[in-house]
Design a protein around this ligand. Structure first.
Ligand SMILES: [Zn+2]
Length: 102
């Protein structure tokens, strides 16, 4: 029996493409997407030491679908409520994957 974090690590590892916390929540049947973000945050911290620096979690940051603003400086992982530039709430969420360096 795998823990949820192990399942998420496996998904991020096996995917060629970036995947969002929403997609992870859906495929693991988790209602609370925020708990997936906190899992990812935890995984990002631990995977580097688990892999001896060979693997890292990389993020494709959230962006505004209306004006293209990219949320580069995020204090907390999560889906931004609205764009600081154009005030749109139409936000493409962050997506993640695990990169391994050989
Ligand atoms: Zn915008």
């Amino acid at each position: 029996m795998e823990t949820r974090r192990e399942q998420i690590i496996k998904m991020l590892r096996n995917s060629d493409r970036f995947i969002s916390a929403e997609q992870i929540a859906r495929s693991l049947d988790v209602k609370d997407v925020r708990s997936i973000y906190s899992d990812i945050q935890h995984i990002a911290k631990t995977i580097r030491s688990l892999s001896g620096g060979k693997e890292i979690v990389i993020m494709d940051p959230p962006r505004c679908r209306k004006c293209g603003f990219v949320f580069k400086n995020m204090k907390h992982l999560g889906k931004p409520g609205r764009c600081p530039k154009c005030k749109s709430t139409w936000i493409e969420p962050a997506r993640f994957k695990i990169n391994s360096r050989r």
